[in-house]
Write a protein that binds this ligand. Structure first.
Ligand SMILES: C[S@@+](CC[C@H](N)C(=O)[O-])C[C@H]1O[C@@H](n2cnc3c(N)ncnc32)[C@H](O)[C@@H]1O
Length: 262
């Protein structure tokens, strides 16, 4: 049980749906941009997806390497990058690969693990290996940014939670509206959340088509994340509960940690 799933978005239709579902989500961008500008050196984003974070950084003149393991995501990211202006194109390097086996020809000033990336790595051993690899790939005093979901009681109450409506969005690739429903089950002994995303496509002829996607996410507690970082040789600089740098509290929805290589 557990490990690394590197082909979550190999299917280009899944990548397009991710793009249409999340491209308007920008809550984390100001903080990531601030840290990237402070870094004053090359930035690496792990699991860059369709470039939701990497493209805005490249547009701001930051040199970014986007590492992504799923072929659907890298294909779409390449396509999106091709329509960017020459400066953004020059600043963004896309590598299709997996962090555990990747080799870089440079060391980075900042490594970004945004939007629950670390929760996709569901074994403790693989998480430690990945964080060690990050440490190795940073310059001295380089920083690591990690953002994961706070283990809020809505998620870890145990048992299977009934499906509920989340949102409706437009899939520009299929030219169809999509209604998203979500349910989850928390497996306490292994600290895993099995998320079910049910996408209901509304066809133009009035019929519907449904498509379910299951994603297993590790639940990571604040002290556990702190422990992993200390064990892999990082100094923890900040531990926030929101993108506007509020401390963690029982109402927090995110865990945001900035750690540095000594
Ligand atoms: C939740 S998406 C986040 C995408 C993007 N960072 C964002 O904020 O929108 C996580 C991405 O990580 C990729 N991924 C998962 N494991 C990976 C690994 N070991 N190495 C590189 N990419 C990985 C997945 O294919 C997926 O596209």
């Amino acid at each position: 049980m557990g490990g690394i799933v590197t082909n979550l978005y190999d299917d280009i239709d899944d990548a397009w749906r991710y793009e249409c579902d999340y491209s308007s989500y920008k809550d984390d961008l100001p903080l990531i941009l601030e840290l990237s500008e402070e870094a004053q050196g090359p930035v690496l984003e792990l699991g860059a997806g369709t470039g939701r974070v990497a493209i805005p950084l490249a547009r701001r003149g930051i040199r970014v390497t986007a590492l992504e393991s799923s072929s659907g995501m890298t294909d779409l990211l390449e396509k999106k990058l091709a329509s960017e202006d020459p400066n953004a194109r020059k600043n963004l390097k896309i590598i299709k690969g997996n962090m555990s086996t990747a080799h870089f020809d440079t060391r980075f000033s900042l490594i970004i693990l945004s939007f629950n990336f670390l929760q996709l790595i569901t074994s403790r051993r693989e998480r430690i290996e990945l964080l060690r690899q990050c440490r190795h790939s940073l310059v001295n005093r380089g920083r690591l940014y990690i953002e994961v979901a706070f283990p809020h009681e809505d998620y870890i109450c145990g048992g299977r939670v009934k499906r509920k409506y989340i949102k409706t969005f437009y899939d520009r690739n299929r030219r169809q509206w999509v209604v998203l429903f979500q349910s989850h089950e928390y497996l306490a002994p292994v600290q895993e959340l099995v998320m079910e995303y049910l996408f209901l496509y509304l066809r133009n002829d009035g019929t519907t088509e449904s498509n379910s996607k299951f994603v297993t996410l590790s639940v990571i507690f604040p002290l556990e994340l702190e422990g992993l970082l200390i064990e892999t040789g990082f100094n923890i600089e900040n531990n926030w509960g929101s993108f506007d740098k509020q401390p963690l509290n029982t109402q927090s929805r995110r865990i945001i940690v900035v750690a540095s290589k000594p």
